[in-house]
Design a protein around this ligand. Structure first.
Ligand code: NAD
Length: 292
């Protein structure tokens, strides 16, 4: 693995491209946005205008794209990866996407001698830039071993959870938990404030007890109580992830009532919290109705 293509150079893909360069790989990137391509070129990342050119130069290709539909378009759509088959190329799918889409695309790629692993990520744009993300990985042992040097340049923790698609199942479960934890943490801080306990004091207590979560230990001090709301992960993307969880639950035909409530709440949030707001803003949902 010498040259790594990166398709999707947004908040996450940009950091991954720069981390891969720092890790000693040749990198070639592309993005649908000419402005983003120009930004990355100015930062020293070689960019090309087409997927065809990425495939021609790459031994492995990292995808960092917004939705499953866009991933499908980039792999199997007109002028996508499958239109330019190159045997032996390994696709590393880091977007948060639907496991069924992932498995279908992996099968299509396999038919032309290419392979795919899913390695969705946590850690935000800062983690992508520092090469310290966490990845939950789905793929064959052989492909995951082949990808290891590339994954190491982008991540500090990697957990291989199963075959192709398993990484996306684990990522959807992780983000559903995070979405639920954030919503309930927002509610309990308002409850405590109203009952006379300031948020900071409340969180000191909770974080010493069994109700703590990554949200109470990390998201609150870093992005909520600080007032910064600058995680780099948007409401739009988290709403997508919560919707993905509902699609997966629906496809499996199981009844998960609390998950449904969480999904309803995130869907309703679109009426008051804009798509490009930080995802931590969900803690404010309903706050306007809480009387001082
Ligand atoms: P982003 O919107 O900042 O970046 C996505 C990039 O893909 C954009 O630059 C866009 O122009 C490009 N793109 C869209 N369609 C394209 C196409 N057809 N061909 C080439 N490029 C195309 O999103 P992001 O925050 O970087 O997230 C990327 C993925 O990583 C998403 O699936 C997201 O859910 C996931 N993720 C994000 C974070 C985070 O903190 N931002 C954390 C973990 C996972």
């Amino acid at each position: 693995m010498k040259t790594i293509g990166v398709i999707g150079l947004g908040n996450m893909g940009r950091g991954m491209a720069l981390s891969l360069q720092r890790g000693g790989f040749e990198v070639v990137g592309t993005d649908a946005s000419a402005t983003t391509r120009a930004t990355l070129a100015a930062e020293g990342v070689p960019v090309v205008d087409s997927i065809k050119d990425v495939v021609a130069k790459s031994d492995a290709i990292v995808l960092s794209l917004p939705t499953a539909a866009i991933v499908a378009q980039v792999v199997a759509g007109a002028d996508g990866l499958l239109s330019h088959p190159k045997a032996g190329v390994l696709v590393i799918e880091t977007s948060t996407s639907h496991p069924d889409t992932t498995r279908q695309l992996a099968a299509q790629l396999a038919s032309v001698g290419m392979s795919l692993i899913d390695a969705p990520v946590s850690g935000g744009p800062k983690g992508a830039l520092a090469g310290t993300m966490t990845m939950v990985i789905g793929g064959s042992d052989e492909d995951v071993a082949r990808a290891e040097p590339v994954l190491m340049a982008m991540s500090a923790k990697r957990v291989h959870v199963g075959g192709v698609g398993a990484g996306h199942v684990a990522k959807i479960a992780n983000n559903l938990l995070c979405a639920a934890h954030l919503a309930i943490a927002g509610e309990v801080t308002r409850l405590a404030e109203k009952a006379g306990v300031p948020t900071e004091r409340l969180l000191s207590g909770v974080n010493a007890g069994s109700g703590r979560s990554f949200v109470t230990e990390f998201n609150f001090p870093t992005w909520v109580s600080s007032g910064k709301f600058d995680s780099g992960f948007t409401m739009k993307l988290m709403r997508k992830d919560v919707r993905l969880s509902q699609e997966l639950i629906g496809a499996l035909d199981i009844d998960l009532p609390l998950s449904r409530k969480v999904a309803d709440l995130w869907a309703v949030s679109a009426e008051t919290i804009a798509d490009d707001e930080d995802f931590n803003r969900i803690v404010e949902l309903g706050a306007a109705r809480t009387k001082a």
